[in-house]
Write a protein of this length. Structure first.
Ligand code: ADP
Ligand code: MG
Length: 615
């Protein structure tokens, strides 16, 4: 009994440490791996960045035979194979980009039993004769990545995945595992049933991403607001999502003018252009990509430090998935939504174009939830996770604008009453601009013609500017205190809730950003432990050179997390370097000396200054 424990425990941790260079497992990884090693089927839903690849790559290294990974995108396959190779795992892929000779050579390696990992697309699995070949070689495990693609109920159904539905029958003795980042319980059951998984060990991990900081800002001077964020992360990667191709192009041009290294990405660009731009971003050749939601699937880039939504997303699923591309390396990253009420009618217009029926209602409800996310005084994390049916245990999540108090709740009942009184005294027949004109005591022709300067509320709010009153109106709309009626010239109407507030039976409060003095420093928002930033710049440059030499993206050489750890611990000999997270044996051999040399040189140059500052 004891013996089996020892032989099970040691190789698993040893491999984690030596091959991947990690000191500990992320949540659920160990249990999944142990079940796989016991040859059980596995089904796992884990968030983006949760570390799903390790769950099958580690057993692939330990088990006899080849692990076959089914993955939907060629670009993703290539990066995953590169990452495995960097860790010294023998890995390759078969897909349409290979010549017949190259494919034959992969088959040879399969037969020689010299491959730990083989990546294929589902189309390949379906090709006549392919499973026959697999049956003649030793397969340790099947790992189906992005497994939600097999379900019509999911948001990303791919008919090619259906060919996998005979996999457990065709390979009755081989464990089959399925991984995804998005599956409702309904989709989960569908996947398990379609793949015929045999009483799988099942994990539904928490969707919480503790290293992501969520905040919402009202969209005012978008250009300045976006630039402020980019400048907080000099030289570091970020994604800006926009809804239309034009706005993507416009934003990219604007940023380029400001000296930011940026490229656009949207479905209107040729396939070649999209590939080039994605690759440039992946390889840290540009820092920022401005994109429509067409961008994202198919990149595993781990060092994205911020994701900005410059327009309102249509629903929380999409929003969560897009923000999820930040901070896969587990280092702090920021997700900012610029919320402007002017974006709502555009989305509503699209929803109205949908054929009448349940789908339209669902889309409309989802939009309402998205608006609530942006406008309610509730912890952002609690709202996001709540949407997926998960509760947040902590009252204060500590990493969103609400919980860190960069926004404060202020009572706006009196201001709300001024607006609503102006509405009510003009019989709720006017729109936002006119109501604000009344409240601020504007001298317009329309006001004179309608004699609205004679009503009691005229000028009641003239000590505040129009922006303030626009803010109040937006808040009241968001909280359903008032609503807009009519499409072309919408007029403001009171809701039941509004009437209660107008007559003093209820109060209303709004979220306001605190003045800049009280704002969190970017360091606090970034939540980074201190590190030597000057050294980081040098190591990053070195990483880029080495990555280019190997023809892989820089984050595959070492993650930002790994570089930062070097910038705290200054490893100056091979054994110290081996102790850094993300430095496994293969990477130590390949890159250890170069990094030690750079760190030692840096220390020598800076010794004088550090001695002085230490005194
Ligand atoms: P997923 O496929 O679930 O989105 P990945 O497999 O791409 O996530 O992993 C995300 C990042 O986390 C990668 O950079 C990976 O190297 C890193 N990672 C995975 N497991 C661990 C671990 N146990 N410790 C530290 N980093 C890890
Ligand atoms: Mg993955």
């Amino acid at each position: 009994m004891k013996d089996t424990c020892v032989t099970m425990t040691l190789p698993v941790f040893d491999t984690l440490k030596k091959v991947f260079g990690f000191q500990s497992f992320r949540p659920n990884q160990e249990e999944i791996i142990r079940n796989i090693l016991e040859r059980k089927d596995v089904f796992a839903v884990m968030p983006t960045g949760g570390g799903k690849s390790l769950c099958y790559q580690l057993p692939a290294r330990l088990m006899k035979g080849t692990t076959v990974v089914i993955s939907p995108l060629i670009s993703l396959m290539k990066d995953q194979v590169d990452a495995a190779l960097e860790n010294g795992i023998s890995a390759t892929f078969i897909n349409s980009s290979l010549s017949p000779e190259e494919t034959t050579s992969v088959f040879r390696r399969l037969r020689n039993n010299s491959l730990d990992l083989l990546y294929i697309a589902p189309e390949r699995y379906a090709m006549p004769g392919f499973t026959e070949i697999l049956k003649t070689v030793s397969i340790s495990l099947f790992a189906i990545d992005e497994a939600h693609c097999i379900s019509e109920w999911g948001h990303d159904f791919r008919p090619d995945y259906m060919s996998l539905s005979d996999i457990t029958k065709t390979f009755p003795d081989t464990p089959v595992t399925a991984f995804t980042a998005t599956a409702t319980p309904k989709v989960q059951n569908d996947i398990i049933r379609k793949l015929g998984l045999r009483s799988p060990f099942t994990i539904r991990a928490s969707f919480n991403r503790p290293n992501l900081y969520y905040r919402v800002e009202s969209k005012r001077e978008l250009k300045t607001q976006v630039l402020d964020i980019i400048r907080k992360y000099p030289g570091e990667p970020g994604i800006i999502y926009r809804t239309t191709r034009d706005s993507v192009t416009h934003m990219a041009d604007m940023l380029k003018e400001k000296g930011i290294r940026v490229l656009p990405y949207h479905a209107g660009l040729s396939q070649e252009e999209r590939k080039i731009n994605q690759e440039a971003f992946n390889r840290d050749e540009v820092n920022v990509i401005t994109a429509t939601i067409a961008f994202g699937m198919g990149i595993d880039k781990s060092n994205v430090r911020f994701v900005i939504h410059a327009d309102l997303p249509k629903n929380i699923e999409g929003y969560y998935q897009e923000t999820g591309r930040a901070g896969r390396d587990g280092e702090p990253a920021e997700c900012v939504l610029f919320f402007g009420r002017q974006d709502i009618p555009k989305i509503k217009y699209f929803i109205d174009q949908m054929p009448d029926g349940p789908e339209r209602t669902v889309a409309s409800d989802k939009l309402t939830q998205m608006i609530q996310y942006a406008s309610h005084n509730v912890c952002r994390r609690r709202q996001l996770l709540g949407y997926f049916g998960e509760e947040v245990a902590d009252k204060n999540c500590g990493t969103c604008d609400i919980c860190t108090g960069t926004v404060e709740k202020v009572d706006v009942t009196t201001d709300a009453q001024i607006i609503m009184s102006a509405m009510s005294r003009t019989e709720q027949r006017f729109g936002i601009v006119h109501i604000i004109d009344i409240v601020t005591g504007a001298d317009t022709r329309r006001i004179r013609e309608l004699e609205h300067h004679k009503i009691k509320t005229y000028g009641a709010g003239k000590d505040r500017d129009k922006n303030h009153w626009r803010f109040i109106v937006d808040e009241l709309l968001a909280q359903d205190v008032i609503h807009q009626d009519g499409d072309r010239y919408p007029i403001l109407k009171l809701t039941e809730k509004g009437k209660h507030i107008l007559f003093g039976k209820e109060k209303v409060s709004a979220l306001k950003r605190q003045d800049s003095k009280k704002k969190l420093s970017s360091g606090k928002i970034r939540g980074l432990e201190q590190y030597d930033e000057a050294l980081f710049e040098r190591l990053r440059a070195l990483r880029k050179t080495l990555a280019d030499g190997q023809g892989v993206p820089p984050y595959i050489v070492f993650s930002d997390k790994t570089l930062r750890e070097m910038c705290r611990r200054y490893p100056s000999a091979m054994p110290d370097m081996a102790g850094i997270t993300g430095v496994g044996t293969a990477k130590l051999e390949r890159y250890g000396r170069d990094f030690i040399k750079e760190i030692t040189a840096y220390l020598a140059e800076h010794q004088a200054t550090s001695i002085v500052s230490a005194q």
